[in-house]
Ligand binder design. Structure first.
Ligand code: JHZ
Length: 407
């Protein structure tokens, strides 16, 4: 692991640090026992004044993050499954995709998205270095290679199968430290008249919603339309359009990218809005640390007041963001004794750093806590709807961001 001395995007020396979350364990490195050894790494965030790219300063090797013990399976959210299906069908209809087309998804996880193309007879290939997820995808008929996507693998793929009509890269452009190699790979693979769609949470929303917990070592980058525009041009690609999904992962942008410059009015409005908000200036980020401190004070006050009343508190969602929340707030297993999650691969493991065991959500029915801290707040609506019986029985939900709130 090394600390960067220059922007990973444009190379300008010493991007300016605006947030220091201390040393935290790797957010998805769930433990097999509470005493298992674990490493902690500095977690600081910096802004590059030249290309507006927000990034963490440490480089943890991607193999450590996404190959060993990566337990995130995309298919556990109904909301995400619906969103992905709509995107696939939209692409098939709009671009007239069929049996002669070729769709590549980078970070295709368990096949949650590509299966929609397969069902409609469109040839696909998924690439994802996480071996269990790739195997799961193959087992449901989604051809998937357990590989990182790089310029080299893109060149080999193009030589083997020809150019891709569509490349989809969702929640991965934050995850690859060699960002320029990654984008060069997409530029090499996409057909001349092809399209690339990239989804990633918006850094503007991260700041606005105080979603500091979405900062962890897997996320090297926090992108804006402004930073993506600069990044794509560096590789002969053009950001042409953006859609915004306010209720996906705390506010997600879907960027539409191609080889020809054809910007929409919607993109121009988004870029202008980001400039007006100040996303291209350090000042915009400067007080974020203080806002995180305020959130910590408020959240810990609510938890202390509940505990003083003798109320029990459990947490919902062994999400990566949950690990950041628990560790940065100092919420250890003596304060919140367990976390529930319906991802069966996570159950029986322990949260990194704070050591809560992860249980099946069924426990909320058999032995309900008084308060349920929703760590996966991005799915709060979906989770609260599933837990209607818990609420009817008097259970309350504690949503930590943007300001801690008891419901
Ligand atoms: P979730 C993920 O982050 C992974 P995480 C990744 N690092 C990324 O970039 C971002 O998304 C964007 C569970 N759950 O998706 C499933 C239930 O138990 O917010 C998950 O373990 N019941 C690639 O890990 C967790 O909550 C439910 O009803 O922060 C949610 O994790 C639902 C809906 C989810 O992401």
């Amino acid at each position: 692991m090394v600390a960067i001395s220059a922007c990973r995007g444009c190379g300008k020396p010493d991007p300016e640090i605006f947030l220091d979350l201390g040393k935290t364990p790797l957010a998805d490195a769930l433990l097999t026992s509470p005493d298992a050894p674990e490493e902690r790494f500095p977690l600081q965030v910096a802004f590059c004044a030249d290309c507006s790219l927000v990034q963490i300063t440490e480089d943890v090797e991607p193999e450590k993050l996404f190959v060993d013990n990566y337990l995130y399976f995309s298919s556990f959210s109904d909301h995400l499954l619906r969103h992905s299906r709509d995107h696939a069908i939209g692409l098939i209809d709009a671009r007239g995709l069929g049996g002669e087309s070729f769709v590549v998804e980078i970070a295709s996880n368990d096949g949650y998205l590509l299966k929609n193309f397969v069902e409609r007879g469109v040839p696909v290939l998924g690439m994802d270095p996480a071996p269990d997820q790739a195997q799961q995808a193959n087992s449901i008929g989604v051809p998937t290679r357990a590989e990182f996507f790089t310029l080299e693998s893109a060149a080999a793929l193009r030589a083997e199968k020809g150019p891709a009509d569509v490349i989809i890269a969702n929640n991965v452009m934050a995850h690859i430290p060699d960002l320029n190699d990654f984008v060069a790979g997409m530029a090499h693979l996409v057909a001349d008249d092809g399209v690339i769609t990239v989804e990633n949470p918006s850094v503007g929303e991260l700041i606005a919603r105080c979603a500091f917990d979405t900062i962890y070592h897997e996320h090297y980058f926090y992108h804006s339309c402004l930073s993506v525009d600069v990044l794509m041009r560096r590789h002969g690609l053009f950001l042409n359009d953006v859609e915004f999904f306010a209720d996906l992962h705390g506010g997600t942008n879907r960027w539409w990218i191609g080889r020809q410059e054809q910007p929409t009015a919607r993109l121009a409005t988004a870029l202008e809005g980001e400039r007006a908000a100040g996303l291209d200036r350090f000042d915009h980020y400067a007080d974020f640390g203080q806002r995180v401190e305020q959130l910590r004070t408020d959240l810990l006050a609510i938890i202390a007041a509940e505990r003083a009343e003798g109320h029990t508190i459990a947490a919902y969602g062994a999400a990566a963001k949950g690990a950041t929340m628990l560790n940065v707030m100092g919420i250890t297993d003596d304060i919140v004794p367990y976390v529930v999650d319906r991802n069966t691969h996570k159950q029986g493991r322990f949260m990194p750093g704070t050591h809560q065991e992860i249980w099946d959500p069924d426990v909320l029915a058999s032995d309900p806590p008084d308060v349920l801290l929703i760590l996966a707040w991005n799915f709060a609506e979906e989770i609260m709807a599933q837990q209607q019986a818990y609420a009817d029985g008097g259970g309350r939900f504690l949503i930590p961001v943007p300001t801690p709130e008891l419901i």
